[in-house]
Design a binder for this molecule. Structure first.
Ligand code: FAD
Length: 302
């Protein structure tokens, strides 16, 4: 029996068979529509399953990768070795008074719609971010002056040994597009948010304003991974790329968006290599022209 067949047999004792896929194409789970196969793709449904998966992975020395909605990811063409976990089946949204308890796989779109229905304000900025709660907490997603850490009070996370920890907002050490989650390789399972009471029309109007702003500025008609680069101190990445004359530059099927220079769009069946080659050209050109190092915001896996 091969090594990987042994892990699969063990995982089959823990998880229902429909939650285990072998050599699953990651393209179907990323917003950019990029990426080779995941060796083993798991979709656990609760904390206990997560715990056993992580303990098994540790015992068998199998690498573990977590993905959310794949909206901030470039997965390489060779795919992801070991176990890839998607929390897409853990997406409950619970609202009690002004508190939202959200499982990590819940989509921000559904979360902000629930906040709207309950006349709660504080997360409108996130309504157009195409990620999950877990992905947003991981990188402290933000837009229009708001960020996920603003209303978050605490989060349930799991470490690589399968230990469950409840961390307060302070313990999560949020910064600009980061948190302790990436440093410690924690997995976000659930997060709690405290919102303020408002009126339906006021919240709706704000969400609509942000939606229109996104539609106007972002190339939402193409697959992409959002802003590819972090904002360098004192500059805007998109403006530097635009002023470098790179808009419209294409490698293979990946193109620097003509609508928003900070985005790379998949215009024609791009490979991950097209994306990473284009990123390199952008970084080198901007460094040469303006002396600014562009750091990627997007996570490259595989
Ligand atoms: C059109 C478009 C617009 C966007 N606009 C914005 C914006 O305005 N502001 C903004 O901040 N971002 C924006 N993004 C980027 C992206 O949507 C956010 O970063 C989002 O928070 C990523 O969430 P995700 O679930 O898709 O995570 P993924 O892309 O799947 O993963 C991103 C990282 O988070 C990790 N991760 C995911 N889930 C978990 C978990 N449960 N526990 C631990 N780690 C986890 C992954 O391992 C990976 O390292 C945009 C993207 C697109 C395509």
């Amino acid at each position: 029996m091969s090594g990987s067949q042994k892990w699969i047999n063990r995982l089959q004792q823990i998880l229902p068979v429909e939650n285990i896929k072998v050599s699953e194409s990651i393209k179907n789970y990323t917003y950019t529509r990029l990426g080779g196969p995941a060796d083993i793709f798991l979709t656990p449904t609760n904390f206990d399953e997560m715990k056993v998966i992580l303990q098994t992975a540790k015992e068998c020395d199998i690498p573990v990768t977590i993905i959310g909605n794949g909206s901030n990811l470039i997965v390489k063409d060779g795919g992801i070795r070991g176990i890839t976990i998607s929390l897409m089946k853990m997406k409950a949204i619970k609202v009690v008074n002004q508190t939202l308890s959200l499982q990590a796989g819940a989509y921000l779109k559904h979360v902000t719609e629930a906040a709207l229905r309950n006349e709660l304000t504080g997360l409108e900025f996130a309504s157009g971010i195409p990620g999950t709660v877990g992905g947003a907490v991981y990188m402290n997603a933000g837009a229009y002056g708001g960020q996920i850490s603003d209303a978050l009070t605490n989060a349930w996370v799991m470490d690589g040994d399968g230990h469950l920890l409840l961390l307060s907002k302070q313990e999560l050490l949020f910064g600009y597009r980061n948190s302790i989650i990436s440093d410690k390789k924690f997995i976000v399972l659930e997060a709690e948010f405290q919102l303020e009471k408002s009126r339906y029309e006021v919240i709706k109007e704000k969400m609509e304003k942000y939606r229109l702003a996104r539609e106007k500025k972002q190339p939402l008609e193409y697959p992409s991974c959002g802003s590819v680069f972090k904002r360098p101190a004192g500059y805007f990445a998109g403006k530097l790329i635009q002023d470098s004359g790179l808009q419209g530059l294409r490698i293979g099927g990946a193109e620097v968006s003509v609508k928003h220079a900070g985005f790379i769009v998949n215009v024609d069946n791009a490979s991950s290599k097209d994306y990473t080659d284009l990123i390199k050209v952008i970084q080198e050109t901007v460094k040469q022209k303006f002396g600014v190092e562009l750091e990627t915001e997007v996570i490259i896996l595989g």
